[in-house]
Design a protein around this ligand. Structure first.
Ligand SMILES: [Zn+2]
Length: 440
């Protein structure tokens, strides 16, 4: 054991160890709860039944429960989410654990109850919403992403309450809808609730502590050529040839960015901020030289970059193709036609990160901060200045895939780590003094 891990272990509170033991005794109940939760389908747009399931469980276990509805105004405020429907039937569900003496802003645990569609059901070996338990795993859509994480958070907070741990902050467990379609559940909730002191987003990280995340901007490049009969191609300009120049230039942009940009949590990745083409389109008829072509793709960003900076780099790179006489006279058009999301990063010295690292060390896990390259609700918190981390059971390599599953032992481990972290934050003078409410 390293010296620093040893120090962290010594600093674990007695309450932390007791919580860990208590949750170990509840592992069967936790696994069955996840199985039952997975068995209530909640594909984005149709989360009502899962919200009711959760609410019923919370009331049965004496939680204070609030239903929060996304308001129709929110659709105008966030136009990227304007397609959301049936808002009355899809509430966010919030469970609150009150502090006897809340001198600080609340600490939030956040997870989405919506899941992505199953895809071709015939490719699953088990029914996607069976919640079947087998070989120490729970199977079904949403088991990893992220009903397992929500369950770990709920059991962690219930254990804190049952153990009588008094914290100086309220805990809000936000179980939100509409994450997979753009994040309106959390966006709307953040506007209506007090700004938290810290947030753990319980996404599947294989219980790694993720403190930094890349962003992405989708875009399209339109290229024109000049149609001609294939028997006389020299009389036209092939738009496919021209769009391949675009692709080439964009690939070089990715390489240049990779050389120029550096971030300790991204430098070891094979590609730090990937640029990719998802679809390439040219022409419409086998016997005609294509007169239009389109490049559809996206570019990744690092946490310290703004979306506008990256957009400007793409535009400048494509503009350089004016060295080609045809493209000088017929410039490519770049369209940023999908919602971009910026990356984010939480300082590794934040109390939240330290408490989580100490808890994970105590449980003999790996406390090294890590990075992610996918969008999540953590961005909403981080961009509002709230120290946020991703931490949860399950794996992104299970998420959105057939036969999605989560490991039962990992659920308990995550619940223990979250409970210990909250207890540790409750004891932290530094956390308290940073986030103490100013008294009137
Ligand atoms: Zn997710």
């Amino acid at each position: 054991m390293s010296t620093s891990a040893h120090t962290q272990q010594q600093s674990m509170t007695p309450a932390g160890s007791a919580l860990s033991a208590q949750l170990a005794g509840e592992s069967e109940e936790l696994a069955q709860f996840v199985a039952d939760f997975v068995a209530v389908p909640s594909v984005t747009g149709d989360e009502g039944a899962a919200a009711e399931f959760l609410e019923a469980w919370l009331l049965q276990h004496d939680f204070e429960v609030t239903r929060h509805h996304i308001s129709p105004d929110d659709l105008e405020r966030w136009p990227d989410c304007a397609g959301e429907k049936d808002l009355d039937a899809r509430p966010n569900i919030i469970a609150t654990l009150r502090s006897p003496n809340p001198v600080m802003a609340p600490v939030v645990l956040n997870g989405h109850i919506d899941v992505v569609p199953t895809g071709d059901v015939s490719r699953w070996t088990r029914a996607p919403f069976s919640g079947e338990r087998s070989g120490g795993r729970i199977y079904g859509r949403g088991s990893s992403d992220m009903k397992g994480g929500i369950a770990a958070g709920l059991f962690a907070v219930r254990a804190l309450r049952d153990a009588g741990v008094a914290l100086p902050f309220d805990i809000e467990i936000q179980c939100v809808v509409a994450e997979e379609s753009g994040g309106l559940g959390t966006l709307s909730l953040m506007r209506d609730r007090p700004m938290p002191a810290a947030a753990i987003i319980l996404e599947p990280t294989e219980t790694r502590i993720v403190t930094a995340c890349g962003g992405a901007q989708p875009f399209t490049v339109d290229v024109v050529g000049k149609a001609a009969h294939v028997g006389r191609p020299w009389t036209g300009v092939d738009a496919l040839d021209k769009v391949l120049l675009v692709h080439d230039r964009l690939r070089r942009l990715e390489a240049e960015r990779s050389d120029r940009l550096s971030h300790p949590l991204f430098d070891q990745l094979p590609r730090k901020a990937p640029l990719s083409v998802g679809r390439l389109e040219a022409g419409e008829w086998r016997l005609t030289i294509p007169d239009v072509a389109h490049w559809f793709g996206r570019i990744g960003t690092l946490p310290f970059e703004t979306i506008n900076d990256v957009r400007a780099e793409v535009v400048a790179a494509v503009a350089e193709l004016a060295s080609d006489p045809w493209l000088r006279d017929n410039p490519c058009v770049v369209r940023f036609d999908g919602p971009g999301f910026a990356g984010w990063e939480t300082d590794a010295t934040a109390d939240m990160v330290g408490a989580l690292a100490a808890s994970v060390s105590h449980l003999t896990g790996d406390p090294t901060p890590s990075s992610a390259t996918y969008g999540s609700d953590a961005a909403v918190f981080a961009q509002a200045g709230v120290p946020a981390v991703l931490f949860g059971p399950g794996s992104m390599s299970e998420a959105h895939c057939k036969d999605e599953s989560v490991d039962e032992a990992e659920l308990t481990y995550a619940a223990q780590a979250v409970a210990m972290t909250l207890a540790q934050l409750g004891d932290s003078e530094s956390f308290r003094s940073t986030h103490e409410r100013t008294r009137a």
